[in-house]
Design a protein around this ligand. Structure first.
Ligand code: HEC
Length: 85
């Protein structure tokens, strides 16, 4: 599901490679540190902070993921950095 909107190189949503740890520009002109808290919020409440250059059209996954699944997703997004691909 996630990768249909978040393919490498970007699609409807931003490419998630290299996201973790960066300073993320937001649509409202502010920036946020892309840490675990930001990743968590971006999945549960995507419209709270909208990534600059993208439409706020990601559905909320609140209630659809267990805490374990959410943690795995966050670890997965973090791993997209470590491997460099
Ligand atoms: C219908 C398409 C769609 C689906 C499905 C989707 N996303 Fe998104 N996502 C987006 C869009 C568009 C944005 C940018 C706007 C925003 O920040 O809300 C985004 C933003 C994000 C961000 C913030 C990215 C950044 O560069 O700051 C993360 C993290 C994210 N999504 C993770 C996920 C995960 C994990 C899933 C699967 C559980 C998922 N998305 C499913 C469309 C989608």
């Amino acid at each position: 599901g996630c990768m249909s909107c978040h393919p490498a190189g970007g699609g409807v949503g931003p490419d998630l490679h290299g996201l973790y740890g960066m300073t993320r520009p937001l649509a409202d002109g502010s920036t946020v540190a892309a840490d675990e808290e930001y990743l968590r919020e971006s999945i549960l409440n995507p419209n709270a902070k909208v990534a600059d250059g993208y439409a706020p059209m990601m559905p909320s996954f609140e209630g659809q993921l267990s805490e374990d699944e959410l943690k795995q997703l966050i670890e997965y997004i973090k791993s997209l950095n470590a491997t460099g691909n």
